[in-house]
Design a protein around this ligand. Structure first.
Ligand SMILES: [Zn+2]
Length: 102
C-alpha cells in the first residue's frame, strides 16, 4: 500500500482546503474568513498542493483576503487582445488579473 499513501494525503489536504475555503465563503465574520483563507493558503504552500482554481481566483494575491464585492472589491472585464478579468481588491486595492481560458 506504500505508494498510495502520498496520493491519499494529497486528497485529504485538498479536502481540508475546500472545507476552509467553503467556510471562508460562507461566514460573515471577517476575522474568521481571513483566518480560514490564510490557513488554506498556508496548507497549500506547505504541502505543495495547488489551490483549486475556483478558489484561487477569489483570493487577492497581495493581502490574501477573499474578494467581497459588498466590501468594495470590483470586477472589470477587459476586452480586446488581452482578454481577461481584472479584479480590484476591496481590502488593499491591488489589481489582480485573472486570465480567461479559451
Ligand atoms: Zn488585497
Amino acid at each position: 500500500m506504500g505508494g498510495a499513501a502520498g496520493r491519499d494525503r494529497g486528497r485529504t489536504v485538498l479536502m481540508e482546503v475546500e472545507r476552509l475555503m467553503e467556510l471562508a465563503l460562507r461566514t460573515e465574520d471577517g476575522v474568521l474568513r481571513r483566518a480560514a483563507v490564510r490557513h488554506a493558503v498556508e496548507l497549500c504552500r506547505r504541502t505543495r498542493t495547488r489551490m483549486p482554481r475556483r478558489y484561487s481566483r477569489l483570493i487577492c494575491r497581495k493581502c490574501l483576503s477573499l474578494y467581497k464585492f459588498s466590501e468594495g472589491s470590483r470586477f472589470r472585464v477587459k476586452r480586446g487582445r488581452t482578454k481577461g478579468v481584472v479584479v480590484i481588491c476591496g481590502n488593499c486595492g491591488a489589481v489582480n488579473r485573472v486570465p480567461l481560458r479559451r
